[in-house]
Design a protein around this ligand. Structure first.
Ligand code: 13P
Length: 244
């Protein structure tokens, strides 16, 4: 993991009401170890409650998406300023579920990343290949395009990358540590030398307490973006402990 501070984030996806969020986040915040950075990416409706319950702790609260415009006629959307106003620390952008089900493009992500950075929100940018792309030998091409077209290098100071091979998300099929490390090293190499040394790259895709230690031991894996296992405090904290 080098000298970079480990960063473990839970992506709740569309789980937990505001009522469920308060006690869950309060429990998590009270049990966090010193050392790694830890965040939860929660649904919009749970953000205020999560910020309230995490107050005074190290736990950071992230949204799972945002719109790139400052304001305007975009029914159903949420701006960076609205997130900051709630006390939100950052935003997860480009998750494969948003790319796949909601048509999110690298061009839109470039705008979102620029808007988040300008507003002062930290960003976790998710990248990753489909199973078909991996089998066709296109993994590196896909990752390189996602990094370049989203303008990631221009916003590196606020940025964490999450490498999430789509075939490993929610399937129980984790990438082997060697395969994940290879992708992480490739992603790191996409950035200029001064950024490449400091930018953190999380692994995501069926990371669980039992496979986390081996993944996190890889030199270019700086943390995790955890889906299913982040919905249960003991499992999430076990992964955080593995990063400590
Ligand atoms: P799982 O950990 O449930 O595979 O989800 C990974 C993910 O998509 C996190 O963003």
């Amino acid at each position: 993991m080098s000298g970079r501070r480990p960063f473990v984030a839970g992506n709740w996806k569309m789980h937990k009401t505001a009522g469920e969020t308060g006690p869950f986040v309060a429990d998590l915040a009270a049990r966090l170890p010193d050392g790694p950075e830890v965040a939860v990416c929660v649904p919009f409706t749970s953000l205020a409650e999560a910020v309230r319950a995490a107050a005074g702790s190290q736990l950071r609260v992230y949204a799972q998406n945002m719109h790139q415009a400052a304001q305007g006629a975009f029914t159903g959307e949420i701006s960076a300023a609205m997130l900051l106003d709630l006390g939100v620390h950052g935003v997860l952008l480009g998750h494969s579920e948003r790319r796949q089900y909601f048509g999110e493009t690298d061009a839109a992500l470039a705008e979102k990343l620029a808007a988040a950075d300008a507003a002062g929100l930290d960003v976790i940018l998710a990248v990753g290949e489909t199973e078909q792309q991996r089998e066709a030998g296109e993994t590196e091409q896909v990752l390189a395009r996602q990094i370049a077209d989203s303008g990631a290098a221009s916003h590196a100071a606020r940025l964490t990358i999450a490498y999430e091979p789509i075939w490993a998300i929610g399937t129980g099929r984790t990438a082997t540590p060697a395969l994940a490390e290879e992708a992480h090293r490739f992603i790191r190499g996409r950035f200029p030398a001064e950024i490449s040394e400091v930018i953190r790259i999380q692994y995501g895709g069926s990371m669980k307490p039992d496979n986390a230690p081996e993944l996190l031991a890889q030199p270019d894996i700086d943390g995790g973006l955890i889906g299913g296992a982040s919905l249960e405090a003991d499992a999430f904290l076990a992964i955080v402990a593995a990063a400590t």
